[in-house]
Design a protein. Structure first.
Length: 163
């Protein structure tokens, strides 16, 4: 009897057919490795740029999608209302973001990156861009479209979009 650990299947689990169980176990192992790699990267990034996890998450969200309402930054980072105000205060104090109120609806707080914030956010992703680019150039990376589809599917499974 072969075992893949607590998340995997054994040969006896389903009458000797472990193909699906093995595939699921492999996905779970790959996800664990990916999560560990992301955590390691974020901690090192935080140390290098003197940023906490919440700051890294907020700057990353704003780099790829701005302006965002303060409430959207809150939802995407998982912070409470009080915590998001403190976070935005810290980022604004470091001149990394700007908050404004659009003239059409003064109740909204729009958040955008400053030039300095964009520079920091781009530096956050530079090493990843280089590594991904090097792998693609060497022919080691899967087709980019296939990778995006797979990662999007996994992201939807782990964090389903609001319906």
């Amino acid at each position: 009897m072969r075992s893949n650990g607590p998340c995997g299947a054994t040969d006896q689990d389903n009458g000797g057919s472990t193909e699906r169980g093995d595939a699921v176990a492999e996905v779970l192992v790959a996800l664990r490795r990916l999560a560990r790699g992301i955590d390691t990267y974020r901690f090192a990034l935080g140390d290098r740029l003197d940023l906490g996890l919440a700051e890294i998450l907020a700057l990353g969200e704003l780099l790829f999608d701005q302006p965002l309402r303060a409430g959207d930054v809150q939802a995407r980072t998982g912070l409470t209302q009080g915590s998001i105000t403190a976070l935005l205060d810290r980022l604004e104090g470091r001149d990394l973001i700007r908050r404004s109120r659009p003239p059409h609806d003064r109740r909204i707080v729009a958040v955008t990156l400053t030039d300095a914030g964009r520079e920091v956010a781009e530096r956050m992703y530079a090493p990843l861009r280089e590594r991904l680019g090097d792998g693609a150039a060497a022919g080691d990376a899967p087709d980019a479209r296939t990778l995006v589809r797979s990662l999007t599917h996994l992201a939807d499974v782990l964090d389903p979009p609001a319906r």
